[in-house]
Ligand binder design. Structure first.
Ligand code: NAD
Length: 727
């Protein structure tokens, strides 16, 4: 029954009942993508369907792969430069034409979505008259293009706008790029039916065909009105100006072109006929795909993330192992969050603190999170009870018997950390991996306190642990490959993203983020209006305000770290160079008694009753701001970005970092480096003029603001050889 078409990414199967099943099954790949073979196949099946139309009763589109369809071919897309605009436009139009021909065949077409249908996959389904999604575990449906700096260019904007209305399409599908589980997709109106089994899915598809011999899309029926009205409608026209304003507010002025283009394509496309809407969509897509931001975001959120999670930094040849029982030492803020994340992943947790009460308080944190999740319908009572049953709070080290991993999160004190490891070393499994969540202490130093330093490793979580996706794994000088592999596997087991670095003061993340904060504080010291400093961070794309972040961290902490670093540098015979931020921090703490949020006052004032941030401290203007200071706004933004990027290059030089992907992903997921850059090293690669352009600008900043902007040797070397930062 199976007849291959001219090109083979889509298999043509015709049943005796006149129903043609188009099976998406690219033989050259593990997942179907919108590559050249697919596009050729699409045109070929459209030709054949039109030729055999009279004998075709209906069409089912499904896939032979685990996923329905993976979307655009990103390997190809990342290479599309400004000179390829016409080719990109033509390709996009070819896909649209193919789908449109099937959509307007005059026969019912059903998408039997047997697995994930994201981006291009969902767009194929959208061109069908009926969508049945199999309720497969982990299956997701939606248009996540915006998260890669793109827009859905296979008719996704034009069709979702017509299906849901402009406002809903923008909010639920296009601007956030949300990925829906099949049942949620049904609630959101993205699919028509959910099936419990593949057989049920195909039966539902056939039933639709039987009942609708001449299906058409709602938007192809004369007199069809877009839900919620077109933008020409007076009510809509009145609301319209709020859209760009809201978007600006959401983006904080950060340079993300995709949301703006999506908004424009949706609104403009809703005012014209379907074919013109498709042309508009293609034009806005080409603008994005030929630009730098999409390349940065595809590099980071697809290729780098995949490399990092799939174990590029995990040692080879060590069999993966799952942790069954983990001991968490310290049930404070971090320990409680770590216990929750482990239990959520199905691991039994022994949560130990100095007293049964303190340990129980740590467990209560999970209870609180689960109560909220339950209220929002994100968990069930059964799941909640199962998760809580996995956490055993205790003050007795003996309860850690049999643990195959230990994560320590007691106070930041080396002697205490040594003590708590000594207490449990003889009790846990003899080969248990021993992890410390220290944020500042050298792993090599902490490893001196245990009998098996080869099994000792840093596992640096971020706060709040349940939300933050990254864990920084730190190899001490004596950490063995087995411990590294097991720490890596544990991080993946709890569904977080691991990056791996070598031991060094502040590791990668804490050291690099300190430059961002120092630049913000230094600008205040130079006399820049504090509100402009916060504005510059937002416009550079940072998710947090820089002075607010400094307050959260507490101003006394960088002072302590600074003193320790100064001592270490001087003991090693080096010259200590103070940062211009130091003097501002000292004045804030010593002269004004404003140590940050935990002390009730910092760069911001805090509401006494609620503890909430009230506003920038007016004293900042009085004591620091100068009327005649003129630091260009562009310099403010780039001082923050450059100071982090330049120090990351130094970390590569020093061998603390060994992977570009780890640096890019760690910077975005761990310390809020702006996502539009593709990460801290991709920012350098993608800078205007490439590495030489970046070097020239660094020199300019060095001349104006000091030697901390001097380009490191490694950067100069790569720039002169025409290289970029890649693994
Ligand atoms: P915390 O003060 O909230 O909690 C520390 C806990 O350790 C307390 O509950 C304390 O009772 C307990 N403890 C003390 N002695 C103990 C002992 N002998 N046995 C068992 N428990 C004992 O501190 P935290 O913020 O959770 O930080 C813990 C560690 O994590 C520190 O090393 C810190 O540097 C690191 N860290 C913190 C953050 C953060 O954002 N707070 C981020 C990353 C890493």
């Amino acid at each position: 029954m199976s007849t291959p078409t001219a090109a083979t990414a889509i298999r043509w199967e015709r049943g005796d009942d006149g129903i043609v099943t188009l099976v998406l099954d690219d033989p050259a790949q593990s997942a179907n993508t919108m590559n050249a073979a697919f596009i050729a196949s699409l045109t070929a099946v459209a030709d054949r369907l039109e030729a055999e139309r009279d004998s075709v009763r209906g069409v089912v589109i499904t896939s032979a792969k685990k996923t329905f369809f993976a979307g655009g071919d990103l390997k190809d897309m990342i290479k599309i430069g400004p000179g390829d605009a016409q080719r990109a436009y033509d390709t996009s139009m070819e896909v649209k034409r193919g789908l449109r021909r099937i959509e307007t065949l005059g026969r019912p077409v059903v998408a039997a979505i047997n697995g994930a249908a994201l981006g291009g996959g969902f767009e194929i389904a959208l061109a069908c008259h009926h969508r049945v999604a199999l309720d497969a575990p982990g299956s997701r449906i939606g248009c996540p293009e915006v998260t890669l700096g793109l827009l859905p260019a296979g008719g996704g904007v034009a069709r979702t706008v017509r299906l849901l209305g402009v406002a809903d399409a923008l909010l639920t599908v296009l601007l956030e790029g949300r990925q829906y589980a099949p049942r949620r997709a049904l609630e959101a109106g993205l699919v028509h039916e959910v099936a419990d089994s593949p057989e049920d899915m195909l039966a539902k598809a056939r039933a639709f065909i039987d009942a609708h011999p001449e299906s058409r899309q709602p938007w192809d029926v004369k007199g069809y009105k877009i839900p919620g009205g077109t933008p020409a409608h007076p009510k809509f026209a009145a609301e319209l100006p709020a859209y760009p304003a809201n978007l600006r507010k959401q983006l904080g002025g950060a340079p993300y072109p995709a949301p703006r283009n999506i908004l424009a394509a949706a609104v403009e496309g809703a005012q014209v006929d379907f074919e013109t809407a498709q042309i508009i969509e293609a034009r806005y897509f080409v603008d994005l795909v030929t630009g730098q931001t999409a390349k940065n975001m595809i590099q980071a959120f697809f290729f780098d993330l995949q490399a990092v999670n799939s174990g590029a930094s995990r040692p080879d040849g060590i069999a993966p192992r799952q942790v069954r029982k983990v001991g968490v030492l310290g049930a404070g803020m971090m320990g409680a969050g770590i216990a929750y994340s482990c239990a959520k992943a199905g691991i039994d947790v022994v949560l130990k603190d100095v007293s049964a009460e303190a340990a129980a308080k740590g467990k209560a944190y999970s209870e609180g999170l689960l109560a909220k999740a339950l209220a929002k319908g994100r968990t069930t009572e059964v799941q909640r009870d199962e998760l809580l049953a996995r956490i055993t709070p205790t003050a007795d080290p003996g309860d850690l018997a049999g643990c195959d991993a230990v994560i320590e999160a007691v106070f930041e004190d080396p002697a205490l950390k040594h003590k708590v490891f000594q207490e449990i070393e003889g009790i846990v499994a003899p080969d248990a991996v021993l992890c410390s969540n220290t944020s500042t202490l050298p792993i090599t130093l902490l490893a001196e306190g245990v009998q098996r330093p080869g099994d000792f490793i840093g596992l640096h979580f971020f706060s709040p642990v349940d939300k933050m996706p990254l864990v920084e794994i730190i190899k001490g000088e004596r950490t063995g490959d087995e411990a590294l592999a097991r720490a890596f596997d544990l991080v993946r087991q709890i569904r977080k993203t691991p990056i791996v670095v070598n031991d060094s003061r502040g590791f990668f993340t804490s050291r690099v983020i300190s430059h961002f904060m120092n630049e913000g504080v230094a600008l205040v010291g130079e006399g820049v209006e504090p509100a402009s400093v916060e504005q510059a961070a937002a416009q550079a794309g940072y998710p947090a305000k820089v002075l607010a972040l400094m307050d959260e961290l507490t101003l006394t902490l960088p002072r302590k770290i600074r003193e320790e670093t100064r001592r270490a540098v001087e003991e090693a015979g080096g010259t200590w160079r103070p940062h211009p931020a130091d003097a501002v921090i000292d004045r804030m703490v010593d002269e004004f008694g404003r140590p940050g949020r935990s002390g009730g006052a910092g760069f911001y004032t805090y509401d006494e009753a609620t503890g909430r941030r009230a506003g920038l401290w007016p004293g900042l203007r009085e004591h620091f701001t100068k009327p005649d200071v003129a630091v260009p706004f562009e310099d403010m933004k780039e001082r923050m970005l450059f100071s982090e990027a330049l120090d990351t290059v130094r970390l590569l030089e020093e061998g603390v970092l060994t992977s570009v992907a780890d640096a890019n992903i760690g910077s975005i997921l761990g310390i809020g480096f702006p996502g539009w850059t593709g990460g801290v090293l991709q920012y350098i690669n993608g800078y205007e003029g490439g590495l030489p352009g970046f070097v020239a600008r660094a020199r300019e900043l060095q001349t104006r603001y000091g030697d901390r902007f001097a380009p490191p040797e490694l950067l100069l070397d790569k720039a002169s050889k025409g290289e970029t930062f890649t693994d």
